[in-house]
Design a binder for this molecule. Structure first.
Ligand code: ADP
Ligand code: MG
Length: 547
């Protein structure tokens, strides 16, 4: 079969192939489609989307990042656009919708240029020049902010949450985010790993709180254990503190009362032996990630020691980091060197339910946020708002720079790009102009979603920018106003990333001129003997175009 007049297929003839302009148009259409889905959610007056998963769970949100995450996007180009935007979300915490809308519009403009005979490579070149210039202009617009400026930091957090479901509580949530970031901010970095989030369904959102220290959803097993321990020394035990059920086989040999007593005594000796290791090490609190016999907790309580069991592994890890302790697998190894330290351990308990607070911890700086709300849905929304808030505040604290929001920087950069374009000339000039137009799609969309006239708004914005670089859209009054004065501010990093991600994603799409799509059935057909026949002896993996 491998010889004779047989054609040599270098590409599997079963692969569906789309080439050139057609491939490009397909990809552009897909990217535009993604943009059009999230477009109506952009800005504080954006609409909500209702997401229903396969189990029928409902999420209502206008958070672009959440929507894109929960939608099962199949088209490869659309996926690419979303992935770029998501990498942005993870680095800056905001601006996902803006970046997807920008990418979609950029590609739409590119399509028109290509339609008019401009080669995709020239479009890409123009977009690159424009992106570089845009970054330069944006940096020039940025205003410095110090980490001591809590008021401005809170405004950044508020701006990121404006128009979300948590509106009524945004001032409180912004304050919590600022407190938490500043608490873990150290040597130019705010590591959000040290911010633990705890969700409590059933409370009221106003009671959500920031705690300097750790909060564990556990109370002491023994009701008489101390409620407050100053200078707590914590033993962190990652092994069961009970007698394994399997060793109870001994029961079979018990035939008399004496035997039974002896057996119980032996068992107690083993249990109390475990407790004695804790006492000897000098601990006055025990956090065990596995089971613990109640006899041990009662015995420890008798010595004024707090003990709790079945602490989640990640919580045990958090406690270890925060208190400078080390979780141990063998109780016999416990010495005072493995103990963690906290200035104060406090229980907040009602019956057998409640929390334990570890304040003034002596290890790595750790803080907690307790999120409360009436329903799971409410708590999730609060969590998302705080999470976004934490990340935007982190950006500003680390970079120390903000820009105006409400479409102001996009208009200013677009104006700058238009005058830059004329200095470049040629066909790239057209691409730079297109880039400027695409940027203005952000204020245009914010205005449209607020029910304002888009043409008037853009013209008005451009005119106002002659004297005020920070003129943006006040979506609540419908006026064009100074966004710094209104307290609508975004981190510089979010805007920079949004522009970079948008142009990067657009470039990726524009560079594709050939789509090779494997047929589904082929996945099962990848067998050595089959390959040898199909590929005429050439090595199969090289022929497989799937990545
Ligand atoms: P993204 O996912 O891009 O962050 P959002 O729906 O959060 O999308 O909208 C962000 C845009 O809304 C930003 O341009 C921001 O400056 C703007 N914005 C936020 N609050 C206000 C406000 N009060 N008035 C005008 N624009 C606002
Ligand atoms: Mg946002």
């Amino acid at each position: 079969m491998a010889s004779g007049g047989q054609p040599v297929f270098i590409i599997d003839p079963n692969k569906e192939q789309t080439k050139g302009k057609e491939a490009l148009s397909m990809n552009i259409a897909a990217a535009k489609a993604v943009a059009s889905i999230v477009k109506s959610t952009l800005g504080p007056r954006g609409m909500d989307k209702m997401l229903v998963n396969v189990l029928g769970d409902v999420t209502i949100t206008n958070d672009g990042a959440t929507i894109l995450h929960d939608m099962s996007i199949e088209h490869p180009a659309a996926k690419m656009v979303v992935e770029v935007a998501q990498s942005l979300e993870s680095s800056a915490g905001d601006g996902t919708t803006s970046s997807v809308v920008f990418t979609g519009t950029l590609l739409e403009k590119a399509d028109e240029l290509i339609e008019n005979g401009v080669h995709p490579t020239l479009v890409v070149k123009g977009f690159r020049l424009a992106a570089e210039k845009a970054v330069e202009i944006l940096e020039g617009l940025a205003v410095p902010v110090g980490s001591e400026d809590r008021e401005v930091l809170a405004r950044v957090a508020r701006t990121s949450a404006t128009g979300k479901a948590t509106e009524t509580y945004n001032t409180l949530l912004a304050k919590i985010a600022v407190d938490a970031v500043l608490a873990v901010y150290d040597r130019d970095k705010a590591d959000l790993k040290h911010v633990a989030m705890l969700k409590e369904i059933g409370g009221i959102t106003e009671d959500s709180e920031f705690v300097e220290g750790l909060v564990i959803e556990k109370v002491a097993m023994d009701r008489n254990a101390p409620l407050r321990i100053e200078n707590a020394n914590l033993a962190l035990i990652d092994t069961p503190m009970e007698i394994e059920k399997t060793s109870n086989k001994a029961k079979l040999q018990i035939s008399s009362v004496e035997d039974l007593e002896k057996f119980v005594k032996e068992e107690e000796a083993t249990l109390f032996g475990m407790a004695d290791y804790i006492i000897r090490a000098g601990a006055n609190a025990v956090f065990c990630s596995k089971g613990m016999d109640e006899k041990i907790s009662a015995y420890l309580q008798g010595h004024g020691i707090y003990a709790t069991r079945r602490v989640k592994n990640e919580d045990l890890q958090h406690i270890a980091e925060a208190t400078g302790g080390r979780a141990i697998r063998n109780i016999k190894e416990l010495t005072k060197n493995e103990l963690g330290h906290a200035g104060l351990l406090e229980q907040d308990r009602e019956g057998d339910q409640g929390k334990t607070y570890l304040r003034d911890c002596k290890g790595a700086k750790t803080v907690s946020i307790v999120i409360r709300g009436g329903t799971e849905h409410a708590v999730d929304n609060v969590e998302r708002a705080i999470d976004d808030g934490l990340r935007v505040v982190k950006c500003v604290v680390e970079d120390g720079r903000i820009v105006a929001g409400g479409g102001a920087p996009e208009v200013e950069v677009a104006l700058g790009l238009r005058s830059y374009a004329s200095s470049i000339g040629g066909r790239e000039q057209m691409a730079i102009m297109a880039f400027a137009d695409a940027l203005e799609e952000i204020p245009r969309t914010i205005a449209r979603n607020a029910g304002m006239d888009t043409i008037d708004t853009i013209l008005n914005l451009r005119a106002k920018h002659a004297e005020d670089k920070n003129a943006g859209i006040n979506v609540f009054s419908g006026e064009i106003e100074d966004m710094f004065e209104k307290g609508v501010v975004d981190p510089l990093r979010v805007k920079l990333n949004s522009i970079k991600a948008g142009s990067e994603a657009a470039e990726m799409v524009l560079r594709v001129d050939n789509i090779l799509r494997a047929q589904r059935s082929e996945i099962q057909d990848v067998r050595p003997e089959h390959m040898a026949a199909t590929y005429d002896g050439m090595s199969a993996p090289q022929m497989n175009m799937r990545r």
